[in-house]
Design a protein around this ligand. Structure first.
Ligand code: GUN
Ligand code: ZN
Length: 444
């Protein structure tokens, strides 16, 4: 029941990229057009450029939607998030392993009920679109019905999503455990049902090394062997106690990453959440394999997990594909503006500065690159899917005051990432279709 791809014409200040701002001066990497026009036909961008030139390509009879005063950006890409954890966001007082036991597992239990899963999937996807996020790599629960509920709603909205059933056959409560074979069989059925259907993509999803036996990790690798286009997502080296536990459980592995590597899980389209406690050898392996790390700053600060070394991870001598993850419910906001805000502060604590162009790149084109989807999403350019977010830099009186002081587009982007949230998202488009309009009551 996917909607027909739409046509649109949007006027505003286009912000996108000439290149990767971690590999070239950020100021040079920014490509912006203060009075721009974006034309969309059948869900794809056909033209994006200066209004006065692009207007010549406007199809007869098409209305231009006027977003002057706002920025037109690619929709945000969230490379790591758990939809079932939305009801337990902001759970008090624990670090990772205790937080999982005390809050996460009991919450995920409810997703055995497909109707409940559908309700939360709807609220979650609505929440993402309200924050300008149009693509996400999403963990469901161990229950296959939680995956059906999620993809059903994403297909209805026409959003490009990646998701999968969590695999978990040990060190978890009975009510959340599968077996290695059951996890394989259920994942295979879901892949056949959803992978490549419209804009939906499947990710094989072992939760993390402590909750999967070596047999289950092997079978996850066997699933990936069947199809190069499948994604893989898991957690990696997020917390010191977790890392110590993994070295006890897998004494023969050189590192936490090596546990996954031995099972064939380190490959293009693999996304590892966190990766805080990784060494140079691991980073080189990520670089050469094409697997990605998801930087989840609100989660890492909330749980007290540690500080991600973004500037080391993206070192131009061996850059690792990197995106931003909200990691809700350990993360405290679905808004990538808030995620960028916290990423800036994490970088500061590591003695670095996260330039606003770098932050917006991570939230859009960098995330798309991390997921190997950069030929389709992440930029405002002809040929790209029309997944767009319209940013209002004057959403509040204080932001209006601050915006008047801005002398560059980069500075305006900085005010958005430090001060902005869902109020800053004027509208969101998925496949050229308006899926969120801040100023309209009509639900889509
Ligand atoms: N590690 C294993 N499971 C999880 C999870 O649900 N959230 C986070 N942040 N880390 C994890
Ligand atoms: Zn996570």
């Amino acid at each position: 029941m996917t909607p027909a791809p739409a046509n649109a014409a949007l006027r505003g200040h286009i912000v996108t990229f000439r290149g990767n701002p971690f590999l070239m001066p950020p100021e040079d990497a920014l490509l912006d057009e203060p009075d721009g026009l974006v034309l969309v036909q059948d869900g794809r961008i056909t033209h994006a450029g200066a209004h006065d030139e692009t207007i010549a390509h406007l199809p007869p009879g098409m209305q231009v939607t006027d977003y002057r005063g706002c920025l037109i950006s690619a929709g945000f890409v969230d490379t790591h998030v758990h939809y079932p954890q939305l009801p337990m966001i902001a759970a008090y007082g624990e670090q990772l392993l205790e937080w999982l036991e005390r809050y996460t597992f009991p919450t995920e239990r409810h997703f055995a009920d497909g109707a409940y899963a559908a309700t939360i999937a709807r609220k979650f996807l609505r929440g993402l679109l309200t924050c300008g996020t149009t693509t996400a790599a999403v963990y469901c629960t161990v229950h296959p019905q939680s995956v059906d509920a999620f993809f059903t709603e994403s297909a209805r909205l026409g959003t490009l999503m990646i998701a999968g059933k969590v695999l978990m056959d040990r060190n978890a409560p009975d009510y959340l455990r599968d077996t290695a074979q059951q996890g394989y069989d259920e994942s295979l059925r879901l892949i056949e049902r959803w992978h490549g259907r419209d804009r939906q993509h499947y990710a094989v999803t072992p939760r993390f090394a402590p909750t999967s036996t070596p047999e289950q990790l092997e079978l996850a690798g066997a699933l990936l062997q069947r199809d190069d286009t499948l994604f893989m997502q898991t957690h990696l080296a997020e917390n010191r106690a977790e890392v110590a536990w993994v070295s006890e459980l897998f004494p023969d592995s050189r590192s936490y990453l090596d546990v996954y590597d031995r099972a064939g899980l380190v490959r293009p389209r693999s996304v590892m959440g966190h990766g805080i406690y990784v060494d140079e050898h691991d980073l080189c392996r990520c670089h050469e394999s094409g697997c990605a790390l998801a930087h989840c700053p609100t989660s890492n600060l909330f749980l007290g997990s540690g500080l991600f070394r973004l500037h080391d991870v993206t070192d131009p001598r061996r850059p690792v594909r990197t995106g931003l993850g909200s990691d809700v419910g350990a993360g405290t906001s679905l808004s990538h503006l808030q995620t960028m805000n916290e990423a800036y502060k994490v970088a500061r604590l590591g003695g670095n500065r996260l330039h606003p162009v770098q932050a917006f790149w991570l939230a859009t084109a960098g995330g798309a690159h991390a997921l190997h989807l950069d030929d389709r999403i992440g930029m405002v350019a002809a040929g790209m899917d029309a997944d767009l977010c319209i940013l209002d830099p004057r959403a509040t009186p204080i932001q209006t005051l601050r915006a008047e002081m801005c002398e560059s587009t980069a500075d305006l982007l900085f005010t958005l990432m430090m001060l902005g949230d869902d109020r800053s998202i004027r509208a969101t488009y998925a496949g050229g279709r308006l899926v969120h309009d801040r100023d309209s009551e009509t639900a889509i």
